[in-house]
Structure formats: structure tokens, C-alpha cells
Design a protein around this ligand. Sequence first.
Ligand SMILES: C[S@@+](CC[C@H](N)C(=O)[O-])C[C@H]1O[C@@H](n2cnc3c(N)ncnc32)[C@H](O)[C@@H]1O
Length: 267
Amino acid sequence: MSNTTQETFQLSAEMAEAYEAQFVPAFFSQWAPHLLDATGVSAGQRVLDVATGTGIVARSAADRVGPTGSVVGLDLNNAMLAVARRIQPEIEWRQGDAAALPFGDAEFDIVLSQMALMFFPDPIEALREMRRVLRPAGTVGVLIPSGLAWNPPYQSFVDIVSRHAGPDARNLVTTYFSLGDLDRLVGLFNEAALRVTATSCPTGESRYGSIDEAVNVEIDSTPLGDRLDQGARERILADCRAAIAPYATASGVVFPFECHLIVATPA
Ligand SMILES: C[S@@+](CC[C@H](N)C(=O)[O-])C[C@H]1O[C@@H](n2cnc3c(N)ncnc32)[C@H](O)[C@@H]1O
């Protein structure tokens, strides 16, 4: 899994290509069918994918809406959009902020967002914007990770990082799971005048070549990567090798991963 925080979201072209080549197949692609099924994306619809990254959800939606529909993928990060554009130039890719969507009111049948709401500085404002650009009978679908309590290997990793690198380091590696409490998440939708019509907890997998690779990826895809001294990194690796060993397989490491999928409509 690759992290993208407010501190790091302006990725380089190389990082965006690596995201598409490694992390999309290993982690991000598996969630898109859940999101499209839950929101009922179908032929002829106009769909917006907010924080599209390199565009996996937008591309999947384009396959479903077909030639009579249309899809727009929006992201803050131009390097991610450049990869998206290279892969599927016929989709409309737009640079912009989720908190100030560059679209008029009621333009879309469906607004989707995968693995991103927890990175927005003001998630309620982003949800309000999703509602604003949605037609009155439209549907919003948001997928984000459940909390650490439902993702035990990451809980172990975070506890070990806290032990060896301190509470500030903990904050840096928990962003992904920071909106994982379902009641709080539903409350954010209500505050944005969105009525939640369905919630589910799709489960999938996060795959790495080894425990060391998993730990280094999770550290280096956050600002902690530049701040951690080698001694602390070695101590974290040693403890993780023991704590996360049950998830090792013959071909690498496979962590079960649980998400929240929220479907909503304008209240
Ligand atoms: C982990 S990636 C997920 C990308 C994509 N949805 C996927 O599933 O592969 C998070 C994305 O959120 C984008 N992002 C972060 N803050 C944003 C904001 N305020 N507005 C729009 N995009 C944002 C980042 O640039 C990054 O591409």
C-alpha cells in the first residue's frame, strides 16, 4: 500500500509510475468493482471519480458506462494525472481540489472516491462538494480503510513504530486508518447533507514481497521515511519480523485488509 499525505501528495513522475505499476495491481485495483457494484454504475451515466490517482476507478467506471456515458477523473496531483492520461487518453482528466470541485451543480449521476477521504484536510467540505455536483437522485460512493482494530497486521506495525520512534511517528503512519470509525464516518456524511443508504465492509488483501518490504514501503511512503534513523528502522524491522510472521506465505506476505464502503444520496 502506498501512502499519500498532505505533506507528500505532490509526487514525482517516477513515484506516480511506480504507484501504477506496483501498488495498483497489488492493492488498489481490487476495490473498484465493490465501489461500482454498490453504487450501480451502468450504461449511459455521467460519473466523477474524486482523487482518482492514476485512474483505476475511473477506467473501471468507463468500461461500465460505455460509449453513451462519460467519466471524469479528478486529482490534486499532476504526476498521477499524467499517468492516468497516458493509459487512457479518452477519459477526461482534471486537476483540482476535492474541497473546491471545478464543476457546476448537479452535473453527475454518480460521484465516487476510493482510498482518499482520509487525506483531505476537510472531509466534510469534500463531501459537501460531492453532493453539490450530484444530480438530486444521484449516488455517492466512498471507500476507505476501516480502523486499525479491524486491520490487525497494521495495528501491530503501528504499535511497533510507536514503541521505537515515538507518538509523532505513530501519527504519520496511521493516516490511512484515521476515518475508520463507522459511526464517525456516517456522521461526516450527515453533516454534508448526504443520507447514507448502505454501508458494507469489503475485505481484500494487501500483498508485499516480504515483511521487510512491507515495513519499508509503509515507512517510506510517509514523511517518516526521511526522519527515521537507521537504528530505529532496524529495531522496527526486527520486531515486525516476529509480530507479522503469521502473515508470511511461500510467495511473500499477505495481509487481510478491511474497508468501509458508504453509499449515500442527497438528503
Ligand atoms: C492513495 S491515492 C488513491 C488514488 C485512487 N483513488 C486509487 O484508488 O488508486 C490518494 C489520492 O488522493 C489524492 N488527493 C489527496 N488530497 C486531495 C485533494 N484535496 N483533492 C484531490 N485529490 C487529492 C492524491 O493526489 C492521490 O492521488
